[in-house]
Design a protein. Structure first.
Length: 468
């Protein structure tokens, strides 16, 4: 906490965001007074309030506590790029000349004080960082984890050390999800870096995939020279780690340094043998569901083995990992219906989730409910979304979730539907209509997909189909 020793009060603009809420929890548990604003209440903001954090949902400077107004020099304001520049609270703090830092910079300040494993990539970083956090626990490592999702094992997106001396020891291990959006990850200088994928995404920021690849290479080069970079074999040729040790991983590519073999699937659970530079690790049970987690597991083994984490802790951490909320998250599993919710919001993620679900539950009539996230992403990847959604038997498209964006003329969910070969597509948004459609069409495998507020329909769907 030395880097924030003069700070008594923290105010977070957009406190309900997954990265922001982890920082809120960190400062709250560090003994500072934490306050925040978000546009709407959510289960996560309610949890934060239950933890003693005061939150307002009104964009009004009068809601700022008096002590923060009277003691500007002891107050730090944290914000994200998602906060609009016409936000009244944002402008109040700007005009008041408060110390204002982006979320990414604050995470970088914290992470750079420890021995950090930064997990990056356009897909898979949340599951990998949460798995590594669970390996820490099972291996008896007293470390930190700043996660981009709610680990089911932790019930949180934050893990803190239990021993006070770990907070002041620069060799304490910290795993952080390193987000490429707005080049946020460039604030972190990790000891170990993981890069999963570098697909085109966030083209509102990067414009081209080449710009994304360039940013990931800059990030790779920020790794400590005595550390290492773990890279998915699929993108090995795109990542330049000159001067830094590179380690590659794959699900089944035998040219990688780490890859899986002897893959078995039994009762929805994969077991593998891991081929590593130091020999074969036999009988690794993967607790998280879905074939995509074979590849994720190899990334985690590669980084943890090279961090000298004991093998028993690695195997146990992988086996006992229950997954992440909204990542292949199974809510109903009966003989009549299986219902899985997933955060997938990019064509590759949709394809991976749909394929994994159909492999786990073969032969079932499958319906996917997809809510596109952002107008720009829908515009840029409409064809890719259509191709991925064509893997489903039936599709319900919800209206685009705009998040931080204004509408773009002609960019709608109908745009995706028009590009699909599968014509079993409906545009529905009301929960009763959706439930009725599912019942009428004898759906056996149901998926909800998207990164917006589609999670609001998870509970009603779970309640409607848990007892059929």
């Amino acid at each position: 906490m030395n880097q924030f020793e003069n700070i008594k009060y923290i105010y977070l603009l957009g406190i309900g965001g997954i990265g922001m809420s982890a920082l809120a929890r960190y400062f709250n548990q560090s003994g500072l007074e934490v306050y925040g604003y978000d546009l709407t209440p959510s289960p996560l903001t309610k949890q934060l309030e239950n933890e003693g954090i005061s939150i307002t949902y009104t964009d009004d400077a009068e809601q700022v506590p008096d002590k923060l107004v009277l003691d500007i020099n002891s107050t730090m304001v944290i914000f994200t790029p998602a906060i609009p520049k016409d936000n009244k609270l944002y402008n109040f703090f700007i005009e008041g000349e408060y110390l204002m830092l982006k979320r990414a910079k604050v995470l970088g300040i914290i992470a750079n004080g420890y021995k950090t494993i930064a997990v990056s990539g356009t897909h898979g970083k949340t599951t990998n960082s949460c798995t590594i956090a669970n390996i820490f626990k099972e291996a008896g490592i007293d470390g930190f984890a700043f996660l981009g999702g709610i680990s089911k094992n932790l019930g949180s997106n934050l893990m803190l050390p239990t021993q006070k001396e770990s907070f002041t020891n620069h060799d304490t291990l910290l795993v952080a999800e390193a987000d490429e959006y707005d080049r946020s990850f460039l604030w972190i200088n990790p000891f170990a870096t993981v890069i999963t994928y570098v697909d085109a995404d966030h083209l509102d920021i990067y414009k081209t995939r080449d710009e994304i690849i360039k940013a990931f290479n800059t990030f790779a080069q920020s790794t400590h020279r005595n550390g290492f970079v773990v890279v998915n074999k699929k993108i090995d040729s795109l990542i330049d780690t000159a001067g830094i040790r590179k380690i590659t991983y794959s699900d089944t590519d035998t040219t990688a340094d780490y890859y899986a073999q002897n893959i078995r699937l039994e009762n929805g659970t994969y077991t593998i043998d891991a081929n590593t530079p130091s020999g074969v690790i036999k009988d690794i049970t993967i607790g998280a569901k879905g074939k995509v987690n074979i590849e994720n597991t190899m990334a985690c083994i590669a980084v943890c083995q090279n961090m000298d984490i004991k093998l028993s802790g690695i195997k146990k951490g992988i086996a006992t990992f229950k997954g992440v909320l909204r990542r292949m998250d199974i809510h109903v599993d009966t003989t009549e219906m299986v219902y899985i919710d997933d955060y997938a919001h990019h064509p590759r993620e949709l394809e991976a989730t749909i394929t994994s679900a159909k492999q786990l539950y073969p032969g079932r009539k499958t319906l996917g409910i997809f809510q596109p996230h952002l107008y720009t992403r829908t515009r840029d990847f409409a064809q890719g979304f259509a191709q991925s959604l064509d893997l489903l038997d039936e599709v319900i498209l919800m209206d685009i979730y705009p998040a931080r964006e204004k509408p773009i003329e002609g960019v709608t969910s109908e745009m995706i539907a028009g590009l699909m070969k599968n014509k079993n597509v409906k545009i529905l948004n009301e929960i009763p209509q959706i439930i009725n459609y599912i019942r009428q069409n004898n759906i056996k495998l149901l998926l909800t997909l998207g990164a917006g507020n589609i999670d609001k329909i998870v509970k009603p769907l779970t309640e409607a189909f848990s007892n059929i």
